[in-house]
Design a protein around this ligand. Structure first.
Ligand code: ZN
Length: 455
């Protein structure tokens, strides 16, 4: 049976309330026309997925709806696991006024916008994100509000603010006049020794981050000279990684330059982000160390395009954007051929939130098979997050995160920008291409980020 839209929306609203309130949710059966088995890398035919509460309890071939289950008809769609973007910044979005907004906007201005970016991301089919750099720990608050059911958005694993060195890509005061710049410290993520690195990671743990983001190379959007120079020592990176491991956290490294990539891999990071000037030696090292690569091709293309508009970026930034932007897609293609492990990530915020799905087409253009790009955004990304027990495939026991597109994305990768059905944690957020009604749950207590279970 196909639920009329208003009933489905109502059911979704009730489910949102009750699932977060801890009450038992009804059984739902999703009838998929086709289903992508991301673990086997296979397109399956007609499949029924049964969901009880937040979890998948059965996956079977054909149309087999258990008695009493509510059916969702996706018989004209291709189902796949909820998508994972391994590189987002849900607390901002590039604009020509961003460099002056930061002197006028309060934390709350960014925080309110972040709830809109989060919802947009979820409705585009991304049920989980790794958030890699915010300010004022807004992404931690956003994560908590989403998991408490107050606002709609993807499941967030956040790094909080980035960690880097004085004058580097993580320094929030690059380009400021000296009387405004001050001297940011490990509390603000700025480190200049292994001891500082330990302090900064422990501060992040105290603040409630899930992982750590470092900036061992220059970057494009800050107002310093180089996008690719090395900005952290191997000893500093090793200290970050060792401290992060103490708290069960992974480390993501923004790095454009070859030397910075080499140092980050030797330092033991889990992933290299962007990787623009990655050379053969870096690729060999990444394979030896099992380091993931998260290319973010769409961000490169977007900044290259905007660099051509006079005044969109400050002059120094425009120069760097035009140099770095066009190269990432080629690097991604070479890394794929070399056999480097690749996880899907886009650097959302650099381009408008919600366009995340365009990255699939750019990855295919770079030479990756369509199935591989979908695995990059599901099984691979779940493994990078160390959440593969719960995420990344439509399998019994995993969280009920499921999206669907109208057709076969393996023959038309553009369909990945047309996600029409979104379920997260067993709750429907989008159906028939339309957002479902979302009812905020204001009764759930918000726990501090680390609620200090046990003694
Ligand atoms: Zn980024």
């Amino acid at each position: 049976m196909r639920l009329p839209f208003h009933l489905a929306a109502m059911a979704a609203g009730i489910a949102a309330c009750c699932a977060t309130a801890g009450a038992a949710a009804a059984t739902t059966a999703i009838h998929c026309g086709q289903l992508i088995d991301t673990q086997a890398g296979k397109l399956l035919g007609e499949t029924t997925v049964v969901i009880d509460g937040k979890r998948i309890v059965a996956v079977s071939a054909g149309h087999q709806v258990p008695a009493g289950a509510t059916e969702i008809d996706l018989s004209t769609q291709t189902c796949m696991p909820g998508l994972i973007d391994s590189h987002t910044h849900l607390t901002g979005q590039t604009s020509p006024t961003q460099y002056t907004d930061q002197f006028r906007w309060n934390t709350a201005d960014y925080a309110i916008r972040s709830t809109v970016y989060a919802r947009t991301t979820l409705l585009a089919g991304f049920t989980t994100v790794r958030d890699l750099g915010d300010s004022d720990n807004i992404s931690i608050t956003l994560r908590n509000a989403i998991s408490a059911g107050i606002v709609a958005g993807p499941r967030i694993f956040t790094a909080g603010g980035p960690i880097g060195s004085t004058g580097g890509h993580a320094d929030p005061t690059d380009g400021y006049r000296s009387s405004l710049a001050g001297d940011p410290t490990p509390r603000e993520g700025i480190i200049n020794s292994p001891a500082d690195a330990w302090k900064a990671v422990r501060q992040h743990y105290k603040d409630g981050t899930d992982l750590i983001k470092i900036m061992p190379s220059g970057g494009v959007l800050d107002e310093s000279k180089s996008a690719d120079n090395a900005q952290m020592t191997v000893e500093e990176i090793k200290a970050v990684v060792a401290a992060a491991r103490d708290y069960g956290m992974t480390v993501a490294a923004h790095a454009h330059g070859a030397e910075a990539i080499r140092r980050a891999v030797l330092g033991g990071v889990d992933s290299i982000e962007h990787g623009t000037y990655m050379n053969e030696e870096d690729m060999k090292l990444m394979k030896e160390h099992g380091t993931w690569y998260v290319p973010t091709i769409i961000a490169g293309k977007f900044v290259d395009e905007k660099a051509k508009i006079p005044g969109y970026f400050p002059p120094q930034v425009a120069l760097k954007a035009a140099a770095v932007g066009p190269l990432i897609q080629g690097t991604a293609g070479r890394a794929y051929k070399a056999g480097v492990k690749i996880a899907f990530g886009t650097d959302a915020a650099i381009y408008p939130h919600g366009d995340n799905g365009k990255e699939f087409g750019y990855m295919v253009e770079a030479g990756m098979p369509a199935m591989f790009t979908i695995q990059a955004a599901t099984t691979h990304a779940a493994e990078l997050l160390k959440q593969d027990k719960d995420l990344g495939s439509i399998s019994v026991g995993k969280l009920a995160d499921l999206v669907a597109v109208p057709g076969n994305p393996l023959t038309d990768i553009g369909l990945m920008t047309k996600v029409g059905f979104v379920m997260k944690d067993g709750v429907v957020y989008k159906q028939d291409g339309k957002p479902a009604q979302f009812v905020a749950n204001l009764d759930q207590p918000i726990l501090p980020a680390d609620s200090g279970q046990g003694f």
